[in-house]
Design a binder for this molecule. Structure first.
Ligand code: FAD
Length: 307
């Protein structure tokens, strides 16, 4: 019998050989209540020693968390040695208002902005209407940021296309416009079928777009919530994923083990197929993300002394 030929590195090889080439980043959202603030800062403390390339903080729908996003970013800058990336959306805001936010970020020490259009205030699926004095879309916003400050700029990408887009090629037109306007990298919407990601990256590269397309990984903390997100953002949920969480509504311990397995399989396969940058949607919880990073071979680093 012919020997099996392994062309991809095994999980063990990954763990021991490739960790130094990996870059991870973590996304947090600004907390609404004191309890949520405790959870956020516990998650930040736990994940910080993994030395992420950056940590991003979201900007609530329609700029609703503008102040809380800013306070969260300021605290990251003041109390950690992490590099923050501040999200910014242009929905329902004039160019002058956006300019103010950009300069406030810059003056606080932010050098990386995640530039997004945002969803219409009336909800996803309703036609997006730009503010009469605002930016039309994320590409326009990226150009606006570039005119104001010399920040690193990350944008969103959609392996399964954005719901507003007629097809994937039209969606890639928008990604190309964002990159032409000055975006340095894209982070994808979450997905669970890795082939979708690789097919998308092939199409993006075929269009001559060279910026990193970093997979956005969503560990399933709560399957119902993920179903909800998926429905709103047009991401598909494979039948096998639903089956894995079937019957576990009242069994959080098993759910957590399954969630860890699902995310570990996904991330290890991406790594075996050459992916080196990962962005984790943490939902302000560290455990699953920490475990997955550990599987990838990442270990806590000694913290650099605060400057
Ligand atoms: P754009 O790139 O401007 O457009 C999205 C898509 O709409 C395009 O890809 C294109 O297909 C279509 N489209 C837009 N304009 C046109 C046009 N003129 N003609 C044809 N098609 C068009 N939302 C928040 O509110 N706060 C956040 O912090 C936040 N963070 C996010 C982080 C990531 C990594 C991702 C993937 C999404 C995030 N979102 C956030 C959600 C995002 O705001 C929504 O997906 C929004 O609907 C689109 O934003 P965008 O920047 O992709 O928009």
């Amino acid at each position: 019998m012919a020997p099996t030929v392994h062309t991809l590195p095994s999980a063990q090889a990954l763990e021991f050989g490739l960790a130094s080439q990996l870059h991870v980043s973590f996304e947090f959202f600004p907390p609404k209540t004191p309890d949520m603030a405790v959870a956020l800062w516990q998650a930040v403390d736990r994940l910080a020693p993994l030395a992420p390339a950056f940590v991003s903080v979201t900007y609530g729908a329609g700029g609703s968390t503008r102040e809380r996003t800013h306070v969260t970013i300021e605290r990251i800058l003041a109390t950690t040695d992490l590099v923050p990336a501040a999200h910014l959306t242009c929905v329902a805001a004039s160019r002058a208002e956006i300019s103010e936010v950009i300069h406030r970020y810059w003056d606080a020490g932010v050098r990386h902005i995640v530039a997004l259009r945002g969803d219409p205030p009336a909800g996803v699926g309703i036609r997006y209407e730009p503010h009469p004095e605002g930016y039309r879309n994320a590409a326009d916003l990226v150009a606006g940021i570039r005119r104001e400050v010399n920040a690193e700029i990350t944008v969103a990408a959609y392996p399964e296309k954005h719901p507003d887009s007629p097809d994937v090629e039209a969606d890639i037109d928008m990604l190309a416009a964002k990159v032409d306007a000055g975006a340095n990298r894209a982070i994808t919407q979450f997905f669970f079928d890795n082939d979708l990601y690789f097919r998308y990256v092939d199409r993006v590269r075929a269009r001559g777009i060279e910026v990193p397309i970093v997979p956005g990984i969503l560990p399933v903390q709560n399957f119902g919530q993920v179903q909800n997100f998926a429905q709103r953002c047009g991401a598909s949920l494979p039948a096998w994923l639903a089956r894995r969480f079937e019957g576990l509504d009242d069994d959080p311990a098993t759910r957590k083990l399954i969630a860890a397995t699902v995310a570990a399989e996904q991330v290890l396969e991406l790594a075996r197929r050459g992916v080196r940058d990962f962005h984790f949607y943490t939902m302000n919880r560290a455990d699953l993300v920490y475990a997955i990073c550990h599987l990838l071979g990442l270990r806590p680093q000694l913290r650099r002394a605060a400057a």
